[in-house]
Design a binder for this molecule. Structure first.
Ligand code: NOJ
Length: 549
């Protein structure tokens, strides 16, 4: 099958279904709600939707613990609602991408229930080990979410490996039967008409033989032995050749701890096994490796992350561009400024939307939604956050520990989308499953819809500009004023058009002059977030896009 690589012309929108829109009044976001909002997505200029998991799940990790891969959860509307959404999206020219979560399943999945009872052929579907003398644990690995990576199972009388929550046992991908199951899942959804997959922590699926102790990694002990493991490329190639290559679909891999050079082994257009990669460096400008180790925001670190990927992939592979998703706090609250809410929200949009690659917008990002800051730690839902609260930073005061959650928790960005100033932000007519950010009377879609100066309309304009300018798709990327700790300036050049993108990350005025060879007198200012820009001075969080043609 000829790959058309249609994804290169797309702007994707990520739906985290529980909090997007409730269509049946039960308080939980669902596909009926998505159906209501398809025209809204279209109006944003979106060409594709990535659904975080919508499968049946006990919800231990908000859907990333799947108990049936070939169905849609009844609370989201089941298969019937999904078919309507798929059809509605396709009729509007929007693709639909599913989340493929096969590093682990739910412990309530039938496979695990049979595996723990040694019922064939499921006995070796998971990674089981007997107790070792001493601590009992088979090795010293940590889980990414809660404590050690091993839990004792009374039924089987062995430990099972879980790199995430206790209720998310890792599949044994070395078992060919498990790989066949993955292929069945892929075919099932592709045959139904979906257009691709976002592959959850897919670089973790091949663990090092012997599961050795880890003496290298201070955090997430074990990672060196399961991230980019020994058979990873072989397994991905198998999925590609046996299934994916037979469809004009696309895949995007989530890859914690990956650098561009290594990424090319996965996504090089000639030799790779997948199309794009979600790297984490752009999320680490104010933390070390994980949101849970916060540091001061560093623009140079952010620029280094952006530019290293732009440069290394050029001509060889395709970038995934994002600044928010369901795993990180809201970007304005992190890299921008809540005080300069509107200006910094727009500037952050400009900072990534004109880079080379396929952009993703996370629900609510286009409205400038901000971090949620509850009064009590009890209000958090996320398994990782709860564990962090109970086990980390215990030397701090209760207030400091709560503030740590505000800053680091994924729940900061998982509150319901704020559609209007009606009760519950217009998200539901019932009782919302989760807390609504109390700032919804001020920040909501209805208020922004008809306001030409809103963040929402700015996203619409930026996305439509991006699509209308060939230079954004093809042009060479170059960063300028690299050493500046306040400005991010980059250009794009395809030989016919040139763009200069200027973003101030400062909360005060900054002097600016264009890089050599960019005569602003001859340029058209095509996008800006202040009404009357002054050439040589940038206002707080000012952004401009200049075009030469
Ligand atoms: C990455 C997903 O994005 C995250 O939400 C999830 O908790 C973990 N993988 C485990 O599936």
């Amino acid at each position: 099958m000829e790959r058309t690589r249609w994804y290169k012309d797309c702007v994707f929108y990520q739906i985290w279904p529980r909090s997007f829109k409730d269509g049946n009044g039960d308080g939980m976001g669902d596909l009926w709600g998505v159906l209501e909002k398809l025209d809204y997505l279209k109006s944003l200029g979106v060409d594709g939707i990535w659904f975080s998991p919508i499968y049946p799940s006990p919800g231990a990790d908000c859907g990333y613990d799947i108990s049936d891969y070939m169905d849609v959860a009844p609370e989201f509307g089941g298969m019937e609602a999904f078919r309507q959404v798929l059809d509605g999206a396709h009729r509007r020219g929007m693709k639909v991408v599913m989340d493929l979560v096969v590093n682990h399943t739910s412990d309530e999945h039938e496979w695990f229930q049979k595996s723990r009872r040694r019922i064939e052929p499921y006995t070796d579907y998971y990674i089981w080990r007997p107790a070792k003398p001493g601590s009992g644990l088979p090795n010293n690995w940590d889980s990414n979410f809660e404590g050690k990576a091993w839990t004792w199972d009374e039924v089987r009388g062995e430990y099972y490996l879980h790199l995430f929550a206790v209720k998310q046992p890792d599949l044994n991908m070395d078992n060919p039967l498990v790989r066949e199951e993955v292929k069945k899942i892929l075919r099932f959804w592709l045959d139904l008409g979906v257009d691709g997959f976002r592959e959850d922590v897919i670089t973790y699926i091949s663990k090092k033989e012997g599961l050795p102790d880890d003496h290298l990694f201070p955090i997430f002990k074990g990672m060196a032995h399961y991230n980019h493991g020994p058979h990873i490329h072989e397994y991905l190639r198998e999925f590609q050749l046996d299934v994916l290559d037979h469809y004009d679909c696309f895949t995007i891999a989530e890859a914690p701890l990956v650098w561009p050079k290594q990424a090319l082994r996965y996504i090089d257009e000639e030799t790779g096994q997948i199309d794009m990669m979600i790297q984490f460096q752009c999320m680490c400008a104010d933390c070390l490796f994980t949101d849970w180790m916060p540091t001061k925001f560093s623009l140079t670190r952010l620029k280094q992350a952006f530019s290293s990927w732009q440069e290394a992939l050029d001509g060889r592979a395709w970038n995934a561009l994002y600044i928010e998703n369901h795993d990180h706090p809201r970007i304005i609250s992190r890299y921008g400024s809540e005080k300069f809410w509107k200006q910094s929200g727009k500037m952050l949009a400009v900072s990534y939307l004109f880079q080379k690659g396929t952009p993703f917008v996370y629900q609510g990002q286009e409205l400038g939604m901000l971090n949620w800051r509850p009064r009590s730690p009890e209000q958090y839902e996320d398994v990782q956050t709860r564990w962090q609260y109970e086990h980390a930073a215990l030397d701090k005061t209760p207030r400091q520990r709560l503030e740590r959650l505000w800053r680091c928790s994924r729940d900061s960005a998982r509150t319901p989308v704020q559609w209007s100033d009606a009760r519950s932000a217009g998200f539901t007519t019932g009782t919302p499953w989760f807390y609504v950010n109390p700032n919804y009377p001020r920040i909501n879609a209805a208020a922004q819809e008809d306001d030409p100066d809103s963040i929402l309309n700015f996203y619409r304009k930026a996305i439509s500009l991006r699509k209308s300018l060939p230079v954004v798709r093809h042009g060479r990327y170059q960063e300028h004023w690299k050493a500046s700790g306040q400005l991010y300036v980059y250009s794009r050049d395809d030989g016919r058009q040139r763009l200069l993108v200027v973003c101030s990350f400062s909360d005060s005025k900054v002097l600016f002059h264009a890089p050599k060879g960019f005569d602003l007198g001859k340029a058209k200012l095509i996008l800006q977030n202040y009404p009357e820009p002054r050439k040589a001075v940038l206002q707080p969080y000012e952004a401009r896009v200049y075009l030469w043609e």
